[in-house]
Design a protein around this ligand. Structure first.
Ligand code: SAM
Length: 257
């Protein structure tokens, strides 16, 4: 077992700093203090983070850390941490590491005994779940669904039996196809489509999959979306079992052979 190094050690510290997913008022006081105090901020999108920092009057050296440069950049950031620097990792929005490249930097920091300190705050997955009205005691967050239709459908098929509430990130131009796949493979379940949470055009659509399909049919939805879908309910499982029994009692002897 690897014990976490103390944040008071000689080594630097990697802070995982959550930032707003839309509304800037959602930043925490601690996040603001840490962003002011660190020696370096590693940001997924430096232009976006610069706007945030300017808004709060924070000046700090920035470096980029995104999907395309993460392999090269993590060595540079690690060298800073090894020389005792305090580095804040921020993503475009929300909590770093949740469906964005932060995870690899966190991994390499842990391997090098660098303390990793969470500065918690918003994340789209929890924000969407919190207003969904669907059970929150157990949920399965699958990040972005695969882009390739075959892989997406295979994943949905695997999730068909899951009792947990399901959560996916999805982009507007794949939404309609994804809803068709969800309807086909999971059935006409209760779901919640959340869009632009905490922003001016925040929207939360609740209903059966087919109702959401109807609601969005003539609309060109834009913006950031998170889908929350009911897990397989006891009722559905019961219905399926009854159907199975009904089918087997309806099969003729020759069909059973
Ligand atoms: N690390 C981020 C977090 O903790 O929320 C998520 C990063 S992921 C690259 C971005 C995706 O999160 C978007 O494509 C969208 O599906 C979802 N998302 C981000 N902001 C959102 C918002 N304001 N409302 C709904 N979904 C959002």
């Amino acid at each position: 077992m690897m014990k976490s190094p103390s944040p008071n050690s000689e080594k630097g510290i990697l802070y995982i700093v959550s930032t707003p997913i839309g509304n800037r008022e959602d930043i925490t006081l601690r996040a603001l203090r840490i962003l002011k105090e660190v020696d370096l901020i590693a940001a997924e999108d430096t232009r976006h983070t610069l706007l945030l920092l300017r808004h709060f009057g924070i000046q700090a050296p920035l470096t980029s850390y995104f999907e395309g440069n993460e392999f090269k950049k993590k060595e540079f950031i690690l060298s800073k941490l090894k020389q005792g620097d305090r580095v804040a990792l921020v993503s475009d929005a929300g909590t770093p590491g949740i469906s964005d490249p932060g995870f690899r930097l966190i991994q390499i920091a842990i391997e090098n005994q660098i303390p990793v300190v969470p500065i918690p705050g918003p994340s789209a997955v929890i924000t969407a779940l919190s207003v969904s009205g669907l059970p929150t005691d157990a949920f399965l967050f699958k990040g972005f669904l695969p882009h390739k239709s075959k892989k997406k459908r295979e994943l949905l098929q695997k999730l068909e039996e899951a009792k947990e509430t399901l959560i996916f990130y999805e982009s507007p131009h794949r939404l309609s196809e994804t809803l068709n796949d969800i309807f086909d493979l999971l059935g006409d379940r209760e779901m919640v489509l959340t869009r632009e949470l905490t922003k001016v055009y925040e929207e939360v659509l609740r209903g059966k999959v087919s109702e959401i399909q109807t609601l969005i049919r003539d609309r060109k939805l834009k913006g950031e979306m998170t889908l929350v879908i009911s897990g397989k309910t006891r009722q559905e499982r019961f219905k399926n079992r009854k159907n199975e029994k009904f089918q087997s009692s309806n099969t003729t002897p020759s069909e059973k052979i």
